[in-house]
Write a protein that binds this ligand. Structure first.
Ligand code: TTP
Ligand code: MG
Length: 351
């Protein structure tokens, strides 16, 4: 495979968390939700209990169903823990929701077989969370996403080529293709088009006539397993740093403070533009004898607040053994994350 993309999806996420935390619920038909079910354990699914179903209907289908209240903040916190774990493995990840995401593992294929990587991924997630997930490995995001649904729960599946994609989807319902939503499904079914193969047999022009150019072409490509979209990760090389080399050495600490403040204001402006938060502040200092020192501090929460970053930089500066004859001063910000995935500091939250 030229590219190797992994898609993971936690099994019965909310329900599995409740079963994990309360052994009495293990092996039982449970569902999470009040009026409407958010999800059901696999034991409850045997009775036909599903997400988005009114709980009254669910109770009729499965009278012994145990209904639990939704603890959304708790599930989100666990989702974040899972994301942190995956991010500690590789930065090339894109999280879709608390329980689902893509990881570009192309580079790992030099060291691992697809199977051995999946085993490692699943077992380390389980070790740290006691929760299971299903994994799909594909040659692009589309094939990975489909593969992760193939052997749920706690399974995995690999789709390594367009041929394998075709064989996997051809007899399945059109609805299996992510990107073909309910809206498109109805006109297709009305025309007697039910399986992916039925669409496969339509020409591109047929599809353009039915859905317009953009959507028609998109569907034409999707059923052929064509999807060039990249895993939307933040490049590790993306640098948030500012350095200043003084034309003469600086002994005055106030000047160094001013430089730092100016640098940090510039950096936080860039963070805002990129919608990025950071957790680690690194101070770099070079002295008149050309010795260079860096000192880092990782904060408890993500931030892009210039006061917090400046205060941290000053603390790092005051920790330095030598506090004069600076030739260079610089700040680097790392441990970066997008807004959706981070627990923010109070100052950032209420800004
Ligand atoms: P899903 O991944 O769709 O479902 P799941 O993890 O419960 O089950 P599985 O992946 O094994 O099929 O959704 C993740 C969580 O999102 C789910 O546990 C509850 C929540 N959710 C809702 O609140 N409403 C919904 O309609 C759906 C589908 C999910
Ligand atoms: Mg899930």
């Amino acid at each position: 495979m030229k590219r190797c993309i992994l898609h993971y999806d936690m099994d019965a996420f909310y329900a599995s968390i409740e079963q994990r935390d309360n052994p009495k619920l293990k092996g039982k038909a449970i569902a999470v939700g009040r009026g409407v079910i958010t999800t059901a354990s696999y034991e409850a699914r045997k009775y036909g209990v599903r997400s988005a179903m009114p709980s009254v209907t669910a109770k009729k289908l499965c009278p012994e169903l145990i209904l639990l209240p939704v603890r959304i903040d708790y599930y989100k916190k666990l989702g974040k823990k899972i994301q942190d774990l995956i991010q500690s493995l590789t930065y090339k990840c894109e999280f879709i929701s608390s329980d689902e995401g893509y990881v570009d593992i192309t580079e790992y294929m030099k060291k691992y077989t697809p199977e051995s990587f999946i085993e490692k991924f699943k077992s380390s997630l389980y070790k740290h969370t006691r929760l299971t997930c299903s994994v799909g490995l594909g040659y692009n995001k589309l094939s990975a996403k489909l593969a992760s649904d193939a052997n749920k729960p706690n399974g995995y599946f690999i789709i390594s080529s367009r041929e394998e994609f075709h064989n996997y989807v051809k007899d399945k319902s059109v609805g299996i293709i992510p990107g073909i939503g309910r809206k498109s499904l109805e006109p297709l079914n009305n025309m007697g088009i039910n399986t992916v193969n039925d669409i496969f047999n339509l020409t591109k022009n047929n599809l353009i006539d039915m859905f317009g150019t953009n959507k028609g072409v998109r569907i034409f490509e999707l059923v052929r397993g064509i999807d060039d979209s990249e895993v939307d990760y933040i490049s590790e090389r993306q640098s948030y740093g500012q350095e200043e080399t003084y034309s003469r050495t600086v002994d005055d600490i106030e000047t160094v403070h001013d430089t730092l403040l100016h640098q940090i204001n510039k950096l936080t402006e860039k963070l805002r533009l990129d919608n990025i938060y950071i957790k680690t502040v690194t101070l770099k200092a070079r002295y008149s004898d050309f010795s260079t020192i860096t000192r880092s501090k990782t904060l408890n929460e993500y931030t892009r607040n210039s006061d917090i970053i400046y205060t941290t930089a000053l603390t790092l500066l005051s920790d330095l053994a030598k506090k004069d004859s600076f030739r260079l001063i610089g700040v680097h910000l790392s441990h970066i994350a997008k807004r959706n995935y981070v627990q923010l500091s109070f100052k950032d939250l209420f800004k």
